[in-house]
Write a new protein. Structure first.
Length: 253
């Protein structure tokens, strides 16, 4: 577990951990069972930062700081994937061309649009929740945001097919992930969400599951499999769905 978590911090964040891990690819793959735990650890760091900022600047400004802090902490790793995914899948091109567009380092109009709407959804959803939430509950939302994102990605590892003829890139690391590891990751996410949010957490878990299945089917229909961009894009999608679900359930928080 420890080796896998260290590898995830090395790959998915900018936190410097100068530790060499042997057989890194296999440990990243087998460590998927703890993928949501890794997300929870990132969320804990951000919740610790959010708490004093909320007291200094108020909830609204503190939330903007956290969105910025998340980019600094992770390097916008999954946001880049979201942008590339949107440029490729919504380009109305053939499968091969879609995959080529996703590999292009330049950002297209679809990529810009989806990032703008992602932040609009996150910002105004959180603002909508403020009248019904205590400082403690706000910190819990920050805590859970990255867990729900990593949980969404882990669902895509189930019997994953790689998109394209050349199996290369970070996405190939997660080919042939064991079903029980994906299930264990989901179980941890379910228990944590239920522990902190009760029945609302249960609704959030089910909603995330359904949206991820729909996203999975869309990607498979368009390009026949997954790469690093289509995998990583599921994290911000899951986060936006999580907050929108909380808005719908705000009377029960």
């Amino acid at each position: 577990m420890i080796d896998s978590i260290i590898l995830y911090f090395q790959f998915f964040t900018r936190i410097p951990i100068p530790v060499a891990i042997d057989d890194a690819e296999e440990k990243m793959r087998s460590g998927v069972r703890f993928f949501s735990v890794f997300g929870l650890m990132i969320g804990f760091i951000e919740a610790v930062v959010y708490w004093p900022l909320q007291h200094l600047f108020g909830a609204s400004i503190a939330w903007i700081f956290i969105l910025f802090f998340d980019v600094m902490l992770t390097g916008g790793f999954h946001l880049d994937a979201l942008s590339d995914m949107a440029d490729g899948l919504f380009s109305s091109r053939k499968k091969e061309r879609m995959l080529e567009i996703m590999k292009d380092s330049r950002v297209g109009s679809n990529g810009v649009i989806v990032i703008v709407f992602y932040y609009l959804f996150l910002t105004f959803s959180f603002f909508s929740l403020l009248p019904q939430t205590s400082i403690k509950l706000q910190a819990i939302i920050v805590l859970l945001l990255n867990l729900i994102g990593k949980n969404g990605i882990s669902l895509l590892f189930y019997q994953m097919k790689y998109a394209g003829s050349n199996a290369e890139g970070l996405g190939t690391t997660f080919l042939n992930v064991k079903v029980q590891d994906v299930f264990f990751c989901q179980l941890i996410s379910f228990l944590v969400l239920f522990l902190f949010l009760g029945r609302t957490g249960l609704i959030c878990f089910i909603t995330n599951l359904l949206i991820t299945v729909l996203y999975r089917n869309m990607v498979l229909k368009k390009v026949g499999g997954f790469n690093g961009d289509t995998l990583g894009a599921c994290s911000p999608i899951s986060q936006a769905v999580f907050l929108l679900t909380l808005v719908l359930m705000r009377g029960f928080l």
